[in-house]
Design a binder for this molecule. Sequence first.
Ligand code: MV4
Length: 509
Amino acid sequence: MFKKLLIANRGEIAVRILRACRDLGVAGVAVYSDVDRGALHVRMADEAYAIGPAPSRESYLRIDKLMDIALRSGCDALHPGYGFLAENPELPRACANAGIAFVGPPAEAMERLGAKTAARELAFRAGVPMVPGVREPIPQLEAGRRIADEIGYPVLLKAVAGGGGKGMRVVAGAHELASAWRDAASEALNAFGDERVYIEKYLDRPRHIEMQIFADAHGNVVYLGERECSVQRRHQKVIEEAPSPFMTPELRRAMGEAAVRLAREAGYTNAGTVEFLVDANRNFYFLEVNTRLQVEHPVTEAVTGLDLVELQLRAAAGEQLPIKQQDVTLHGHAMECRIYAEDPENHFFPSPGKIISWRPPHGPGIRLDEGVYSGWTVPGDYDPLLAKLIASGGSRTEVIARLQRALSEFQITGIRTNTLLFEKILANPEFQKGAIHTRWLDERLASLLPAPVSDADSPSEALEIKVAMIAAALWHVCQTKSANEQPAPSVSRWRDDGRREQISRTPDR
Ligand code: MV4
């Protein structure tokens, strides 16, 4: 096993990786930008090094600085986490040049799967079903017309360099193709510096189900079951779960085996995820491969009993996978809520700032992967993911109840968070039935959330209301006694009833 690991990331995932280091007796080295000096991952690391100013281009995205720190501190391995440089093949290349093990797939596998059209070509060769469409970028509009006619409308234009729904346009008919093409290409050029687009048949309201795979460097490849990630808002996942409520053993095996074939075809090693769209008839179609550990990996850990980060480190150190496919068994259910510093009641505006208090939930079946603490100021410079709340249990129903209980215990003050959104989703009958698809949340959002309301008729009145609220809060804080001197809080109905009952049974003496 490695002696010392550099974690080229921040926040909850850096903390998660540091925990795996502790468990394995590996020293963990953190890096931090100017605004992350006091961050939780820095506090938890064995060593920490400054990496530059707040903007990630000047800090967490600097391969040269990461390599310098890794070498200076004597690291023998580097974990990229997710986001930042995690899917940039230049990072494993730089690691190889420096003689440092990269905890992830080889640069070549990343490249083969990075371009969506190249990934489709690999999937085709591996016999993995995919959405009808092309496997190469469309050279010009005329060719696009012919192909779209052949496939049949509606079609979807997608960026070759794509990701996160950028450079994607639905085209309902031939008359829309030219303008959709211009929009998709210019958006793709803007986002990825690559204007190439290709065409697929557009699927209406599919589910997003992804398959976790894992490969060692000795030719062993397994699938570790699926995650249902259909509950998304504007291509941002909100809730993930395992298993998918839509899954059957036959579909799981077919998707898992297809994912494994693709991993073999790509020369893949380490943890990876093969994304699929699944239609109402349980046909599945290859979408893309994520060549990294994913945010939602804990739900797979919960149902498989495996530690994916430990497996990643072992595989990168050259160890054999400790399990074969027949050893992978799924138990119960798990579901994850991504807790963000954002305000669902106010257009999901980011809400960075100081966390005044943070009282996390605990109890049976609850796991919380946090990247923050009480008193920490959440910077506005990065993704505002604060924590992941994961519940596990015997059934989906039990897991939903546990998440609801945990959310009701969770108290965060100082910043806005999206916990109210989860309470609404978890209480929704369609969600409870598992009747979800990739457009479900976007379509239901308005009815789930209270309309943004303002009591103010003018900006100056809005300011007055704010001042009054601040004054009321200050008054409350000043007149509040220390917690020990507080009178008993007003009690909930059942406790109240219980007390009355007790009193009536014990007459005054
Ligand atoms: C699709 C699709 C329907 N038909 N492809 C969105 C992000 C990108 N990675 C792929 N995406 C989609 N591709 C075809 N042929 C619908 C989506 C899609 C989606 C996919 C996964 C999760 C959420 C989504 C939300 C809207 C659209």
